[in-house]
Design a protein around this ligand. Sequence first.
Ligand SMILES: Nc1ncnc2c1ncn2[C@@H]1O[C@H](COP(=O)(O)OP(=O)(O)O)[C@@H](O)[C@H]1O
Ligand SMILES: [Mg+2]
Length: 292
Amino acid sequence: MAPQRVQAKGVTPPLGLPGPTLGSAPGSPGRSSNLRSPMSAQPILRLRGVSKRFGGVTALDAVDTEVVTGTITSLIGPNGAGKTTVFNIVTGALRADAGSVSFDGQEISRMAGFEIARRGVARTFQNLRPFPTMNVLENVLVSSLYRGSFNLALAMLPLFREALAMQNARAESEALLKLTQLYERRFDTPVELPYGSQRRLEIARGLALQPRLLLLDEPFSGMTPTEAADLASLLLRLKADGLTLFLIEHNMNVVMDVSDHIVVLNFGRKIAEGPPRDIQRDPRVKEAYLGE
Ligand SMILES: Nc1ncnc2c1ncn2[C@@H]1O[C@H](COP(=O)(O)OP(=O)(O)O)[C@@H](O)[C@H]1O
Ligand SMILES: [Mg+2]
């Protein structure tokens, strides 16, 4: 059983959508997401013929794949299969040697990372990267304020409005900490948190950017079964709130439980994709894992 927490459902803002989330529509907490248009089969992210070499290593070999809006899509495969390289290319940390990447119908493969982030793509890293000397709340605030800095007008605002922006960022960060069950630890530094909580902090920081697509690189690694179950519920909650998730994960039980669609890489090539039930039975997938 998960520990009893203050649920604070009424103050949780709708997630994944830009725009004012706080201090508005107190009469309809949690209902607004139901009013959004139903899930369409539109891909929010599309990779076509994406290749990447590192010296003599072909990390990705003409990979085609899509992430459909409103889904949890998982990218799986043995170590070294090229999964993190896909995320690095999507976020602009690396440039593909060939192929195209489009987000929301727009080509992003030549864009800088900050431009891609501004369009609504956020990520977490396989290795944790919090600011070690800041507390938990400040770590989330930084992301929230960073998003604000995308707005050039903000730089020119008079002081009192700047203070208001800070106040909003703080309220928003606190709401995210409640959602990720970190609110009671907000004044601790990240290293003081158990591992599972540090991973949720990374997610809170990603969410503070108000992305439309969140990339999670092995968020369940090193978690206890209880922490993993909590995180799986959080991911499903985020999906229900309208966020699209692209997940790299080794924990097969979790992948099968939360994914709508699974893409399998092996040695830089896509060897299978489909719903969890099909992937579980796919002989190519079994072979790739047994051969590891
Ligand atoms: N920056 C890099 N420089 C050189 N080789 C890299 C780099 N990033 C990844 N690789 C290589 O590319 C392959 C795919 O790596 P990666 O995408 O990290 O795999 P995965 O995340 O599936 O474990 C591996 O052989 C890895 O060693
Ligand atoms: Mg990796």
